[in-house]
Design a binder for this molecule. Structure first.
Ligand code: SF4
Length: 178
């Protein structure tokens, strides 16, 4: 069987889902037999032409995320909403309780660490979209992998199934938190 390609991407999340991915430990060797990782924050691989499986952690929270998710959708054969923030907004969507202007003010202006007068208008600050949204509000999602974070066992099971061209089935036993 020809080796497949996996990409993992981190949008509006805390990186906890990627930490759980690393917890699959030595089973990564089984994954490596089946697939190359062509992009991921946990390896030195930055871009790719296409991938069989793309795991996306985090919600869509700013304009960069909107562009990236659409770009990734074009390259992904199977796009996975990886973790509860990607599936439903979850923790990232707590920001929806206030306006984006209020969130920016609290994050960049109304903080003791703002000693250099940094403002939300600086070009380094990505423009927030009005509301944090789960992935499926922007692109078609092929598989939902819930959990905050999903457990390493669940992640390995899902990856292994997808890399064997099988659609995973998540029963209650498999959907355990990490
Ligand atoms: Fe972090 Fe949980 Fe969101 Fe994953 S689902 S990015 S662990 S808050």
């Amino acid at each position: 069987m020809a080796k497949k390609k996996i990409a993992t991407v981190w949008l509006g999340g805390c990186s906890g889902c990627h930490m759980s991915l690393l917890d699959i430990d030595e089973r990564i060797l089984e994954v490596a037999k089946l697939a190359d990782i062509v992009k991921s924050p946990v390896v030195d691989a930055k871009d790719f032409e296409e991938a069989d499986v793309v795991l996306i952690e985090g919600a869509v929270a700013n304009e960069e995320h909107v562009e990236e998710i659409q770009h990734l959708r074009k390259k992904a054969k199977v796009l996975v909403a990886f973790g509860d923030c990607a599936v439903s907004g979850n923790v990232t969507a707590i920001r929806n309780a206030v306006t984006k202007e209020q969130a920016l003010e609290r994050s960049y202006i109304d903080v003791e660490s703002n000693v250099e007068g940094f403002t939300p208008k600086d070009p380094e600050v990505s423009k927030l979209i009005d509301r944090v949204e789960p992935l499926h509000r922007h692109v078609k999602v092929d598989f939902y992998l819930p959990g905050c974070p999903p457990s390493a066992d669940t992640i390995f099971y899902v990856l292994n199934e997808l890399l064997h061209d099988r659609m995973p089935v998540l029963d209650e036993d498999k959907v355990k938190m990490g």
